[in-house]
Design a protein around this ligand. Sequence first.
Ligand code: ADP
Ligand code: ASP
Ligand code: MG
Length: 486
Amino acid sequence: MSEVGEMQKAGEMAPRSIVMKFGGTSLEDAVAIRRAAQIVRHRLNHRPVVVVSALSNVTDELLEAGRLAAKSQLEQATELLVSLQRRHEQVVQQSAGPAQAELLCAQLEQDFGKMRQILKAVAGAGELTPRLQDHLVSFGEMMASRIVQAAFTHAGLDAVWVNALNLIVTDAAHTQATPLWEETDEKLCAALLPLVAQDKIPMLGGFIGATLDGIPTTLGRGGSDFTASIVGAAVQAGRIEIWTDVDGILTTDPKLCAEARRVPTMSFEEAADLAYFGARMLHPAAITPAMRKNIPVSVLNSRNPEGKGTEIVAHPPDECSIKAITAKKGVTVVDVQAVRWFAPELLREIFEVFERHQYGMDFLSASRGSLSLLVTSTDALPKIAEELKGLATVRWESAKALVCLVGEKVRRQPEIASQVFRALSEVDLRMFCQGASERNISFLVDEAQAEDSLRKLHTLFFQSRFDRYSTANTTQPMCQAGGSWQ
Ligand code: ADP
Ligand code: ASP
Ligand code: MG
């Protein structure tokens, strides 16, 4: 057996680790980082591996710097870097010991020097290419993971920084890369298991990886959740914990609807659907690796660490019909009309053209002569229309939103759809059923009506349960079959 194989085996036999991921919202400053250290301290006997995102908003600001540089506004872009460097240095000074702080600030100086070079290259090219973008934003997680490691060490934890770029091996689909699973699993086990076996806390940046040639890539926005799950699956963790700024998965985004309540348990599939349909709190692919290895995932609040959070498992105890409602904005409906008819070759050609332009899309509906698709970016649509000229006409309508109800067997209850149509009778509504999943019903509405529609549906499907719960004043949440929110 190979060395890694031996270690993997050893890892399987040792008590299983937990993977703890702290998002940017849990790492906004030195105080938040100390809070994270305290949470990890309480889990030391669970052999934690820690995954961190960039500090809050850093990825957005790096992207903004990149866009400014692409528009030849290099000065403004550089100013953004200056303020980011100040912020990072301040966090270092407030959370690391003096000797480590000095080393870290020297490292930051080097990192920001490299980022300035990247911005110059972007300005020179007049374009923020996906490859340069990934390189630029990868510094967010690289810097945060080094800083949090130093802060944890200063707080008395035996944390060891590991370079995610050397461990998460991906394809070259910049900005949306996919791991090469075998290589990644092998490298993660080889790097992390020996550290865990020595009671050390491995610490790595989420969201980032590199191709086999060592070119930095990213796993898509919010990708640190995905990293946590990738790491958890590789080391066969006993649990994956996603630490964020809300009390778990809620019945809807609390920023859109103040009445949102915590959902205590969910199935892997429900959580995956929720993430896919736009609940920003989880990366769309984050559940898959955990689900494949049947590793429970908890979503917890770093500001309320005693809270119960949401437990995501294969078979949750309750069977409540609707668990949560999401709204995904920025959706475009593309109608493809065949010039003659939809021969199978034409369908193949259409899908190939979309794939060539790296277009993730959903299938909306099809009839004899036309096809409707959903996409989230219009950038390549003019080119796609041009390539299909003569075969099909391509038209699109932007500023749509996909509102989605998620829950086990939701589709088996036709009354739900009719309740939705009644509640949203004023809204121009188009129904959308994705794939063969029974766990969701989606509706397409104008973006401007998304939040209002979501709130109406939230009142319709959850408020009466909340009211019943508060008047009954029982400890059991009320729900159709056993309880699904608190
Ligand atoms: P992090 O930095 O921890 O990864 P994110 O901003 O990515 O945090 O995700 C947390 C946010 O997700 C919450 O602040 C909340 O506004 C949003 N969110 C969207 N839908 C939901 C939902 N159904 N339940 C909880 N939070 C949600
Ligand atoms: N920092 C990255 C982002 O903002 C990854 C993450 O937050 O998970 O998308
Ligand atoms: Mg996130």
